[in-house]
Ligand binder design. Structure first.
Ligand SMILES: C[S@@+](CC[C@H](N)C(=O)[O-])C[C@H]1O[C@@H](n2cnc3c(N)ncnc32)[C@H](O)[C@@H]1O
Length: 315
């Protein structure tokens, strides 16, 4: 993009970056998952262009997206998202020189009408307007931010250069060769991608098509991993092939006689979509029959086994 990159980390600092990151990774992993304290600030290191492009591609950034880069450096991620993909967005960095540089780079790239850069602390930045969050931050930053990311609108995409989110497993990851990388002896980068999952843990009341038998679903959730049971007339069945991606949910229920294929969208108190039964599809909806999600998606207990459920017993 021909961006001015003269404000870089001093070379000695940059050389220490990889070793420091490696140490910090283990330190962060050892900390409790909640309330991760920031012990060391993330220094300025640029994501190479190929990494930026891969981040935007994995996040599927389009013209209707709003991208927030946390720790925006020279602005390259948000600027590229606007210039190459027509997105809007902002970046925040606490270094005023970098905010100034990013602002100049946005003007030079002709995208000042769609992007803006603020001198602001990442941890005091409101993230709610984002459809995509990008970051290249130390591991403990990621872990500290994780609860706030999980609280965002389901379907919000998050992409991180080189560092993961601890026990929140990525939905996708890609490692690419980066010959020009200055901070990693391996000359490669890994990009991690997540979709913020809806909160579906709890009890849901619904009805089965073709007969209207009442069914209660009970879902357990750990981040985007879900499992659960269906109770029909006192009999419990394990849900099969459960999938949660953003607010999209699907699972199958085999009551021993028939197989129902549910899919739909989940919101706070309602799930709705269609259910396939044999050759036919029916509309389906479920309403919460408990008081709602009591925990963030990452804090659910391990899925309980469906005691008494065989998934194959006949009614
Ligand atoms: C590794 S650089 C990434 C720059 C850019 N996102 C990229 O990928 O090329 C991290 C950036 O975060 C900024 N930063 C670190 N801690 C911050 C904080 N608490 N608030 C705002 N910016 C911060 C640093 O100044 C630095 O520019």
């Amino acid at each position: 993009m021909g961006l001015d990159t003269t404000i870089g980390a001093p070379s000695g600092r940059r050389l220490k970056f990889a070793a420091f990151f490696a140490g910090a990774l283990f330190a962060a992993a050892a900390l409790a998952a909640e309330e991760v304290k920031i012990t060391v600030e993330t220094p300025y290191v640029q994501s190479p262009d190929i990494v930026v492009e891969t981040m935007l591609e994995m996040a599927g950034v389009r013209a209707d997206d709003f991208v927030i880069d946390l720790g925006s450096g020279d602005g390259r991620i948000v600027i590229r998202a606007a210039k190459e993909r027509g997105a809007r967005g902002f970046g925040v960095d606490y270094d005023p020189r970098l905010v100034q540089l990013a602002t100049e780079n946005a003007r030079a790239a002709g995208v000042s009408d769609r992007v803006i850069f603020y001198q602001q602390d990442i941890f005091k930045t409101s993230l709610e307007s984002a459809s995509v969050i990008t970051m290249y931050l130390l591991p403990e930053y990621n872990l500290n931010l994780r609860p706030r990311l999980l609280a965002l609108k389901p379907g919000t995409r998050v992409v991180s250069h080189d560092y993961d989110m601890g026990e929140w497993a990525p939905d996708a990851r890609r490692t690419i060769p980066v010959p020009e990388k200055k901070v990693d002896g391996g000359k490669k980068s890994t990009i991690f991608f997540w979709v913020v999952p809806a909160r579906v843990a709890g009890k849901w009341r619904s009805a089965l098509p073709a007969g209207g038998r009442r069914v209660e679903f009970e879902l357990e959730q750990k981040y985007q991993e879900i499992s659960g049971t269906a109770t029909i007339r006192g009999r419990r069945f394990e849900l099969e092939r459960p999938v949660l991606r953003g607010d999209f949910i699907s699972f199958r229920l085999d009551d021993g006689k028939r197989t129902y294929s549910f899919s739909g969208r989940a919101s706070a108190g309602r799930m709705a979509g269609k259910v396939g039964l044999g050759e036919r599809a029916y509309r389906w909806r479920a309403l919460r029959s408990d008081s709602g999600p009591r925990r963030a998606p990452g804090r659910a207990p391990k899925p309980a086994s469906a005691s008494g459920a065989t998934g194959r017993s006949s009614l």
